[in-house]
Design a protein around this ligand. Structure first.
Ligand code: C2E
Ligand code: CA
Ligand code: CA
Length: 713
């Protein structure tokens, strides 16, 4: 037998290459596991090449380290074949490691296949020597070498699989594992070499026409190191890139989430907004249809919220809304949806089995809302009006349900606020009716259907008349006389109030001119301004032009603005009022006592008159609290030097009481109903008696009747 010997430097190199190849393999396995789509294929192909070349060159360098006392050479095609076997085995290994799971069966099968592959590569590589006679392998060592190959492959697979994900310790762990794997691969090789016996006299068939071994060693070492280094560097760069990409992806996902949240929620209360509500409503409809269950859609609107906002400003109003949202939330089930549609409108979507359950739930919310709210050290009170639509029954589509719940809510408000109201089909008729009314209203001016009535204002207790208040009426061609309460809010909503208001002012001034010419120069004319008119840019010019047109002095015109209108956006209001005041027009604060005027603000108002709201006068004799409020308002007016008018005086008792409290002027059915200009003059000539005294209690119906039928007292 020829005795072989080894070049120890090359042996060391072969070991290093084996370890480096193992490390590269582990690294590649990690790339394949985390890469996606096409990238994973490229990593598999590149990784298999790098790893295959690594293992193969370990084997080949070790072969070059081996010396026999005869010339050696390697057959090129067989050598290439052994390289291909190495690459194929590596590809199989990497593919296995890249799977989601690695069950024991697959691990064992993989180890067997790859182990045989590595052994195959080795013995094919040996065959490239083309020894004649052939190499004799000692069977036990041969088997041992294959067993080592299989065991090493199994261990490598297992380690690679478990170290494929990136983590803090993965690099040192991989380094350790690649030392073990490198030793195992080399062990297999050198065991295989120990099994090989070269008979004396054997010659290497590839020595002459095969490749020369000297420079081959250098080339292979350089190429292999280059391949492995490139593979590793690419991998490290890719890990960094991937980390950056994934960080970007995370922040992108977070931003996306935030945007989605913002798009679906109300900024202030963090409740779902209309978009999300509509989506939930759609789901609720589908769910209820499928499961034959029911749900209730409740439309809630706060009563008295505007007054709070006007009085304390938006920041306090906002805090109140947040507190309201929280309180509603505390009184419903967590799976129910509460949404805010903007302003003081909330919607509750609740699954219930019976309308009675919906009523119970709504009552619960209602009574919770009645409790005062503590906001910024203040105690604020609001109540709620709730309209309820049931599914199925009150609409098939989400839009219908919302519209119907809304209609029911308006009904609840009309019923006197702080109450609940279920939807009924007749409420929709109301909507159509209103639409029709708006259409008719557009023609009203052209058709000269508006008229003014005048209600006298008297010096307390019995006169004389100091002026009149102009109150508009609409003579509808088919519905008869319509009271302002029934069309002024609609005219406000549609903007028609502006041309209406211009006409009213002009007509009132025309009438005043006529009275002056008839010899009543002391009467002043009061004209009501609605919120929209008050804010309209042309107000000042219109007032000035109208007065000029009728050659009237500004001081004979009083403009009545409600307290809540004057309080809304206090600074802007103040500016408008100041301009009117500077012009010489008098300002009266109407419906006083219903808002939340602060004394400080009131002091700055250039007003000359306060009109105590009718609500305080009604129960004056019975309600001591109202009496206290009226006397407080009177006292306030006195200190601010304002004329105090009590409106809605219906009984002699009220007349006497208000006079005693110190009101300067009185206005009411007792002293004169609103009437046409001719009737006013006529009743004056009738013994100065404007109307019969009316008994307390009978007024309500008279008043109501007064809305619908013209009265020519
Ligand atoms: P307002 O300015 O508070 O007008 C007083 C209302 O009380 C009038 O109702 C009047 O008829 C009624 N009234 C007068 N005396 C008594 C009484 O003794 N008892 C009772 N229960 N009521 C009395 P009207 O004319 O129906 O007007 C209602 C509201 O409509 C007015 O309240 C005002 O806010 C608005 N309005 C009326 N005319 C005009 C107008 O020309 N322009 C604008 N923008 N609004 C108007
Ligand atoms: Ca008024
Ligand atoms: Ca009033």
């Amino acid at each position: 037998m020829h005795a072989g010997s080894y070049n120890s430097l090359l042996v060391l190199f072969s070991l290093l290459v084996a370890m480096l190849a193992s490390y590269t393999a582990l690294d590649m396995a990690g790339r394949i596991a985390t890469a996606q789509g096409r990238a994973a294929h490229w990593w598999l192909a590149g990784g298999a090449c790098a790893m295959g070349i690594g293992i193969w060159s370990m084997h080949f360098i070790a072969m070059l380290a081996f010396h026999l006392p005869i010339p050696l050479g390697y057959d090129l095609p067989i050598t290439v074949a052994s390289l291909l076997i190495a690459i194929a085995s590596s590809a199989l290994a990497l593919w296995l490691v890249g799977r989601e799971t690695l069950p024991w069966r697959r691990l064992a099968g993989g180890a067997l296949l790859i182990g045989s592959g590595v052994a195959g590569m080795h013995y094919t590589g040996m065959a490239a020597l083309r020894m004649v006679p052939g190499i004799y392998y000692i069977p036990s060592l041969f088997v041992l070498s294959v067993v080592i190959a299989v065991l090493a492959s199994g261990t490598a697979l297992w380690i690679a699989f478990n170290l494929r994900r990136e983590s803090v310790w993965v690099r040192p762990l991989r380094a350790g594992a690649s030392v073990v794997m490198g030793l195992a691969i080399a062990g297999m090789h050198y065991t295989g070499m120990a099994a090989a016996q070269f008979p004396i006299g054997a010659v290497c068939g590839a020595a002459r026409d095969g490749m020369d071994t000297g420079w081959l060693a250098v080339v292979i070492i350089v190429v292999t190191l280059a391949v492995l280094a490139i593979a590793l560097i690419t991998s490290v760069l890719d890990v960094r890139l991937e980390a950056r990409t994934s960080m970007l992806a995370i922040s992108l996902a977070e931003a996306n989430q935030e945007l989605t949240y913002l798009a679906l929620h109300d900024n202030l209360t963090k409740l779902p907004n209309r978009v999300l509500l509509e989506d939930r409503l759609e789901q609720a409809i589908q769910g209820a249809t499928r499961e034959k269950s029911r749900f209730a859609l409740m439309f809630m609107d706060l009563d008295g919220f505007k007054a709070v906002n006007d009085a304390y400003g938006h920041p306090i109003g906002d805090q109140l809304l947040v507190a309201v949202a929280r309180r509603i939330g505390a009184n419903v089930h967590s799976q129910d949806t509460i949404a805010r549609l903007g302003g003081d409108e909330f919607v509750l979507l609740a699954s219930v089995s019976e309308p009675a359950d919906a009523a119970t739930l709504a009552e619960k919310v209602l009574s919770a809302m009645r409790e005062p709210f503590q906001v910024a050290g203040r105690e604020l009170r609001v109540s709620t009006s709730i309209g309820i639509a049931m599914y199925p029954g009150d609409g098939e589509l989400q839009h219908d349900l919302l519209t119907n719940a809304d209609a029911a809510m308006y009904h609840a408000k009309a019923l006197g606020r702080n109450t609940i109201c279920f939807f009924e089909a007749s409420m929709n008729a109301n909507v159509h009716e209103q639409l029709q009314l708006v259409q008719d209203m557009r023609m009203a001016l052209e058709r000269r259907e508006l008229t003014l009535q005048y209600q006298p204002k008297l010096t307390a207790p019995n006169g004389p008349i100091v002026g009149v208040e102009a109150l508009v009426r609409w003579m509808h061609p088919t519905r008869g006389l319509i009271a302002p309460d029934q069309f002024i809010p609609l005219a406000e909503k549609t903007g028609l109030i502006v041309p209406f208001g211009d006409w009213i002012l002009d007509e009132a001034c025309r009438q005043m001119r006529a009275w002056r010419d008839e010899g009543r120069p002391e009467w002043t004319m009061a004209v009501n301004l609605s919120a929209l008119q008050f804010r309209h840019a042309s107000l000042i010019a219109t007032v000035r032009d109208t007065l000029a047109r009728h050659a009237l002095e500004p001081c004979c015109l009083t403009l009545e603005v409600t307290e809540s209108t004057a309080m809304r956006d206090a600074d802007a209001s103040l500016q408008i009022l100041q301009q009117l005041h500077d012009m010489g027009v008098r300002i009266s604060i109407d419906d006083f006592g219903t808002g939340y005027s602060s004394l400080l603000y009131l002091k700055r108002l250039p007003a000359s008159e306060l009109k105590i709201d009718r609500g305080f006068i009604r129960d004056l004799s019975r309600d001591t609290e109202d009496a206290a409020i009226v006397s407080a308002i009177v006292a306030l007016g006195r200190t601010l030097n304002l004329n105090i008018v009590a409106e809605g005086v219906e009984t002699a008792k009220q007349q006497e009481f208000l006079t005693r409290l110190g009101c300067n002027s009185l206005q009411g059915f007792l002293l004169g109903r609103p009437m046409s200009a001719e009737n006013l003059i006529e009743s004056l000539s009738n013994d100065n008696l404007l109307s019969e005294p009316v008994e307390e209690g009978t007024i309500g119906s008279c008043y109501d009747a007064g809305y619908l039928t013209p009265h020519y007292d």
